[in-house]
Design a protein around this ligand. Structure first.
Ligand code: S3P
Length: 189
């Protein structure tokens, strides 16, 4: 199996969905933003302020190249990872890449109180999200093999939608994917 990479705008649920997906597939989960912060030894916001976005993108590209070598992994990526051609090519050629598509309005609802994301610390974050979406949506589509609309479904439902798509496309063997077990329900006799 190739690594499974989740891409999409900030606040679209890549890390949460990725963690659940990895649990269902019984494989490792990594988050490129968390690996970057470990590597730079400070917060991304702080690094953006001190070293600038281009330096951040260099580290991001290096971290992506590094995690992709592990096949049995679900990777959640930062929203701007598709800005570099080399990252888009890598994601498309070396992973099964899933674009979690959310509208700027949905993202704004989730991110309106966020103080961690450097690109959203502006007077009008909704306008910024719309601007980023217009620029990035075509780039996400270039890199992705699958597009999943996040909309209203719960995280387990989204994960089921992803698993179903991957099974239908022959990326996953259905025998590999244990059915969702509702832990609140007593086991069948
Ligand atoms: C960024 C998104 C962030 C993080 C950095 C830059 C972006 O990740 O990589 O702040 O350019 O959209 P999330 O998508 O996890 O918020």
């Amino acid at each position: 199996m190739r690594p499974i990479a989740l891409i999409g705008m900030p606040g679209g649920g890549k890390s949460t969905v990725g963690r659940h997906l990895a649990r269902r597939l019984d494989c490792e989960f990594v988050d490129t933003d968390a690996l970057i912060e470990r590597h730079i030894g400070r917060s991304i916001r702080n690094f953006f302020e001190q070293a600038g976005e281009e330096r951040f993108r260099d580290v991001e590209a290096a971290v992506l190249a590094d995690v992709i070598v592990d096949t049995s992994v679900v990777i959640a990526t930062g929203g701007g990872i598709v800005l570099r051609d080399e990252n888009r090519a890598r994601l498309h050629q070396q992973t099964t890449c899933i674009y979690l598509l959310s509208t700027p309005e949905e993202l704004y609802r989730r991110l309106r109180h966020d103080s961690k994301r450097p690109l959203l610390q502006v007077a009008d974050p909704l306008a910024r999200l719309r601007e980023l979406f217009l620029k990035r949506d075509p780039l996400y589509r270039q890199a992705a093999h699958f597009v999943i609309e996040t909309g209203r479904p719960s995280v387990p439902t989204l994960v089921n939608m992803i698993l179903m798509q991957l099974e239908l496309a022959g990326v996953l063997d259905p025998a590999q994917v244990p059915a969702f077990i509702d832990s609140a329900r007593p086991p069948a006799q």
